[in-house]
Write a protein that binds this ligand. Structure first.
Ligand code: ADP
Ligand code: ASP
Ligand code: MG
Length: 407
């Protein structure tokens, strides 16, 4: 590589490449970097709502489509964007080449629909950069040991960008999206949310995992692991954006942000025997069926029995109930109840570790809005409550206002 210049990875989300004008806008921004002498690797998502449309198409043909085939279908979206982008750059007389995960060799685990990167080859990309091309790579996809194409889960293009930045030792990794950075809450819901200048990996990981879809949570996990500093910024304006990096001397905010996640359902198993091993058996059975469990609440036992409630992702609900029903006797379950219309509301902040009263303040804000709390869960830098889904937006605004987050 030519030493005085930088290697930059730039990722653009679906809305940033949604139509011809936006594609040319992105092409221009990448060409600026290229003409400054830098090596430029671009990662793209599918155009606009393409991925949702493809999912709809699959459902209309076969609601139980195999995940392998779904991945084969969904990855076409990214292939459209990268090829059109290469054509746009070539139309502007700049050499560019589009590559998919197979051509780069982005090796992933075998799990369709939710694969993780294992190893990413650099030869092809470095070769193309050496011949002074802009390299445009499909986000969201990998290749598994069966030579099948996989996807990384919704929003996974961010993770492609970070993985490439890590293996290529990029000097910069920029995530361009349709908002100017990471805000104290989703700016589309909380109108007075404020843009953060900096956020730590740990806080961002919590926010992303708890529903702030501005970054794919695995991308943050990977950025932390390989120490890739990220900048989240807008593809439509030039404002500074938000830096995601390791904690330094920055002042610890009591509450850095508020996140909401509607993709949650609650299950309760009623009247299980109050003896050692029952919780183990229930959650082991769920885990063996690939069902991820989140908040868990166990009641105090009465007359030799107890109830356990927990949350799962909406799309795991049906399977979880089926698995529990099938094992009802062995797990000593008397009754199973569930509720799909619930949502998680979380506050995240490194400062809450050393400050008592944060939870009380959150509950007070919810009480003032007469919003009932169904379940509570906490970690060092996070408090999560489960509320009725119909209340989630009001809850988010109330809690955000309650902390006047980041003021
Ligand atoms: P892209 O297609 O560029 O990957 P996404 O739709 O995945 O974009 O993520 C950007 C969206 O994330 C924003 O439009 C915004 O509504 C939402 N969002 C949720 N929480 C936050 C937050 N805390 N800060 C900024 N955006 C957020
Ligand atoms: N196109 C994929 C999705 O919509 C991946 C991404 O946008 O990051 O989830
Ligand atoms: Mg995204």
């Amino acid at each position: 590589m030519r030493e005085e210049f930088m290697l930059v990875v730039k990722k653009f989300g679906g809305s940033s490449v949604a139509n011809k004008d936006r594609i040319f806008n992105v092409a221009q921004r990448c060409i600026e970097d290229y003409k400054a002498g830098n090596d430029v690797v671009v990662v793209l998502s599918a155009m606009g709502d393409t991925t949702d449309d493809l999912i709809g198409m699959a459902e209309s043909i076969n609601p139980n489509a195999k995940k392998r085939e779904l991945d084969m279908l969904l990855t076409t979206g990214e292939q459209v964007s990268v090829s059109l982008m290469a054509m746009a750059m070539q139309a502007l007389d700049v050499p560019a080449v589009s590559l998919n995960a197979f051509q780069v060799m982005m090796h992933s685990t075998s799990r369709y629909g939710n694969a993780r990167f294992k190893r990413v080859d650099t030869e092809r990309i470095l070769h193309e950069l050496d011949s002074r091309k802009i390299v445009i790579v499909t986000g969201f996809q990998g290749v598994n040991k069966y030579d099948d194409i996989t996807t990384l889960g919704r929003g996974g293009s961010d993770t492609t960008a970070v993985a490439l930045a890590a293996v290529l030792h990029a000097d910069k990794c920029e995530i361009y999206t349709d908002v100017d950075g990471v805000y104290t809450a989703d700016p589309r819901i909380v109108k007075n949310a404020r843009k953060l200048e900096v956020v730590t990996y740990d806080e961002m990981l919590e926010l992303a995992s708890l529903g702030a879809k501005v970054l794919h949570n695995r991308s943050v996990e990977m950025a932390k692991k390989y120490n890739v500093e990220l900048v989240v910024r807008s593809s439509l304006n030039r404002s500074e954006g938000t830096v995601v990096k390791e904690a330094s001397h920055m002042e610890k905010m009591l509450v850095t942000g508020v996140a909401a996640d509607k993709n949650t359902a609650r299950i309760s198993v009623i009247g299980v025997q109050d003896k050692p091993g029952i919780a183990f058996n229930i959650f082991d059975t769920l885990a063996k069926n690939n069902i991820n469990v989140d908040i868990i609440l166990q009641s105090v036992g009465r007359e030799g029995t107890k109830d356990i409630s927990f949350t799962v992702a909406d799309n795991d609900l049906e399977n979880a109930i089926k698995v529990l029903e099938a094992n009802k006797d062995r797990l000593t379950i008397q009754q199973i109840t569930w509720e799909e219309e619930v949502a998680k509301l979380s506050i995240v902040g490194a400062g809450m570790m050393s400050n008592p009263g944060v939870a009380a303040k959150m509950f007070e804000s919810l009480y003032n809005s007469r919003i009932n709390i169904n379940m509570i869960s906490t970690s060092e830098i996070r408090i999560t409550v489960l509320v009725d889904e119909k209340d989630i937006e009001q809850a988010m605004i109330a809690v955000h206002d309650g902390f006047a987050v980041n003021d």
